[in-house]
Design a protein. Structure first.
Length: 375
């Protein structure tokens, strides 16, 4: 009777540990302790049979086989859910215990035969551990992929806030300064309100994207470039002289990217070229690409070696990702921003570019330059 109790206890420990781990995910990090306990009890029972202390009872073979399968499962679960340093010894203990159970009822003719029988049965534990490790790797890859997607979404939303909301806020500041400088206060307030409404609309759009964690339609198009140029001219002393080639068209993504380039360029004029009076903005098609050139005057010498922010480098990476090129360079008393965006994928325009012009765009001019580096 006592050996029936021993057999039941020996099989119940690994079975209970495996079932608990499957049903209670929160307890999985604590699996090494029950694995050690189940392995120790199983090994002790096996030793008792080998030394002749225990006597086989009817049905003990079936219970021992179930015990071995439970120990294999426990080894796989430990590898799957427990950190590697803690999982390795616990899984090894459970695997060894599951492999030697055969010696309770099988007397090998030689030590070599016994080692072979144990090794063969131990393949089950190795397979369980391999499955657990594979599932762990798959989960890790999935987590990294999901984290990468979320990071990409956050970076894109941050770019929207930097490019569009910052532009609207800078416009509000420009109108407020114009009103204080002797302009029409009521008209200035109306324009500040309009710019504030656009900024709030962009914030609402960003928050909606965050709440729903979904894809987003890029804002802006070629007509938006005209509106942005008109608003910029109305907000300060600098006037935008826009020359857009008649009949030029682009895909929605390319038009939105062109709008973003123009917005970033005009924002940089406000922030870094307070003395500018004229901004030349040319938009046209050339060799299968949409060519945008924005040139301004009145850039002042940088103070204290001020370096630029992340606006242009981030925009450069975005343009390159869509197969285009972006270059920014100082001119005598001014600054020029040039972008070439693919109108369509063709032999004339490769899907990606790694030209020196593109790489130069992300570089920040030295502090000795006569112009500051825009963000």
């Amino acid at each position: 009777m006592i050996w029936w109790v021993v057999a039941l206890v020996s099989v119940s420990l690994p079975v209970a540990a495996a079932v608990t781990a499957l049903a209670r995910p929160r307890l999985r990090p604590r699996l090494p302790a029950p694995a050690y306990a189940a392995a120790a009890v199983s090994a002790a029972v096996t030793l008792a049979y080998v030394t002749g202390t225990a006597r086989p009872v009817p049905g003990a073979e079936a219970l021992a086989m179930a015990e071995s399968v439970a120990l294999m499962t426990l080894a796989g679960l430990v590898v799957r859910h427990v950190p590697a340093r803690r999982a390795a010894p616990a899984a090894l203990a459970a695997g060894l215990a599951s492999a030697v159970w055969l010696l309770r009822f099988f007397v090998p003719a030689s030590p070599l035969e016994g080692v072979g029988a144990v090794a063969f049965w131990g393949l089950g534990a190795l397979l369980a551990a391999a499955v657990g490790a594979h599932l762990r790797v798959l989960e890790s890859r999935q987590d990294r992929a999901l984290a990468g997607l979320r990071t990409d979404l956050r970076l894109r939303l941050a770019a929207d806030l930097h490019d569009f909301v910052a532009h609207d806020i800078s416009e509000m500041v420009a109108h407020a300064q114009a009103g204080r400088a002797g302009g029409d206060p009521s008209q200035a307030l109306e324009r500040v309100e309009a710019a504030g409404q656009r900024a709030l609309a962009m914030l609402d759009r960003t928050l909606d994207t965050l709440r729903h964690d979904g894809s987003r339609t890029p804002p802006g198009d070629l007509d938006g470039i005209r509106e942005a140029a008109e608003r910029f001219s109305a907000a300060g002393p600098a006037r935008v002289h826009l020359r857009m080639e008649p009949g030029v068209t682009a895909t929605a993504d390319t038009a939105a990217l062109a709008y973003r380039v123009v917005i970033e360029g005009l924002t940089n004029v406000r922030r870094h070229a307070g003395g500018a009076r004229r901004v030349e903005l040319d938009v046209g098609a050339e060799s299968g690409a949409l060519l945008i050139t924005l040139t301004n005057d009145g850039v002042r010498r940088a103070r204290g070696g001020r370096r630029g922010g992340s606006g242009l480098p981030a925009l450069t990476e975005l343009v390159r990702a869509q197969g285009g090129e972006l270059a920014a360079r100082p001119l005598p008393g001014g600054w020029r921003l040039t972008a070439r965006l693919p109108l369509a994928q063709s032999l004339e325009w490769p899907p990606a570019s790694s030209s020196p012009t593109t790489r130069k765009a992300s570089a920040v001019p030295s502090a000795s330059s006569s112009t500051p580096s825009p963000t």
